[in-house]
Design a binder for this molecule. Structure first.
Ligand code: FE
Length: 366
């Protein structure tokens, strides 16, 4: 009997112990779970604090997306992209006004960036990082936009018909020697407007007008097509010389279209005005929108894109020169040689845009 009681009490103790143990383990699980939940929600809060940045861009390169992913990895800031054509994005920003979701605008040509500024779509950014990375002539005077990549607007010539020693300046293209030989796109295009604006800034209005008139007189045909079409017309023998942006030669050399590669191999790139005023350059750049809701994140992304880490890849995606002078251009661009650039602040391309358009109309550059 005594022994039975003993066994009974042992069993009771054992059962109690098991119950207590089970209770303990389930409550320690609860503690662990709730700690995990707390950690998760902390992470969510931190993520939402790091937040997003919304970017309107006219670029569409896979390498851009890799770069933006790197930015997200480093900062935790998510980048949302809205891709579109340059003028349409500016139009959209203007239409959306205060309600816009866009924090940043990336688009080509200082003239166009200036247009966005004049429409009061941008705001100034004071960032030592940007001031250090982007040279003063490649950014807006009021810091409303910053150049990120640089292109030259150069003379492209038929290698089999033109000796580069015959070429010298933009101005020399108006010489009778080139009558019926010059191919260039329409004056409605911003690249030509910015080129003429640069000549107004450097040579004055009268000289710039003489130049535009002289080019019209030497045109091989009425302006038509885009920059690439001018190179194609050179190779087809319609003229000997085209005025076009450097990166199109790079794009054609690397094109999936065999015809474009063939064309690009038959033309040479000449940087005009090396003895004097320098070759006309322009930028693709970024501006903080006036109604940016994620201003801090947006400035972080601007700074990232100007950094050594991002610049090489960002410029190479479009066969352009990095705006940050501490980065070397790609091998292809280096093979064209170093060149002297026009010594003007690119803001002036925007400031003289209206004048340039007026001159084009006056001289009949279609
Ligand atoms: Fe272009």
């Amino acid at each position: 009997m005594k022994r039975k009681v003993h066994i009974f009490s042992l069993s009771v103790i054992l059962i109690f112990s098991l119950l207590i143990f089970a209770g303990c383990s389930s409550s320690s699980k609860e503690v662990a779970n709730s700690e995990k939940e707390a950690a998760n929600s902390k992470e969510e809060v931190e993520n939402s604090q790091k937040g997003v940045v919304n970017l309107y861009t006219d670029r569409h390169y896979d390498t851009d997306e890799q770069l933006l992913n790197l930015f997200t990895e480093e900062t935790g800031i998510k980048v949302n992209l809205v891709k579109g054509k340059s003028d349409e994005l500016i139009e959209r920003l203007s239409r959306e006004g205060k309600d816009t979701q866009a924090d940043l605008l990336i688009t080509a040509d200082a003239g166009r960036l200036h247009r966005a500024k004049e429409k009061e779509l941008l705001q100034p950014v004071k960032s030592e990082v940007l001031f250090n990375n982007i040279p003063e002539n490649l950014r807006d005077k009021d810091n409303e936009w910053f150049g990120l990549t640089v292109r030259g607007r150069v003379i492209v010539y038929a290698k089999d018909r033109v000796d580069p020693s015959e070429l010298s300046t933009y101005e020399y293209l108006t010489n009778a020697k080139w009558k019926g030989k010059i191919l260039v796109r329409s004056s409605s295009n911003i690249y030509n407007q910015s080129l003429l604006a640069s000549l107004i800034a450097i040579n004055g209005e009268e000289e710039a007008k003489k130049w535009a008139k002289g080019i019209v007189e030497n045109m091989a045909r009425e302006p038509k097509g885009n920059d690439r079409d001018q190179a194609k017309a050179v190779v087809a023998g319609e003229g000997d010389i085209a005025i076009m942006n450097t990166y199109y030669v790079g794009k054609m050399l690397n094109s999936s279209d065999a015809e474009e590669v063939k064309v690009a191999k038959q033309v040479g790139v000449f940087f005009p005005n090396q003895e004097g005023t320098g070759t006309h350059i322009n930028v693709s750049g970024v501006g903080l929108t006036k109604y940016a809701k994620n201003k801090e994140n947006a400035i972080k992304l601007m700074e990232f894109l100007s950094s050594e880490k991002a610049q090489k890849q960002f410029a190479e995606a479009n066969y352009e020169y990095p705006a940050n002078p501490s980065i070397e251009p790609s091998e292809l661009l280096k093979s064209w040689g170093e060149f002297k650039t026009q010594n003007i602040n690119l803001s002036q391309l925007g400031e003289y845009n209206t004048k340039a358009v007026q001159i084009f109309n006056e001289v009949g550059w279609k």
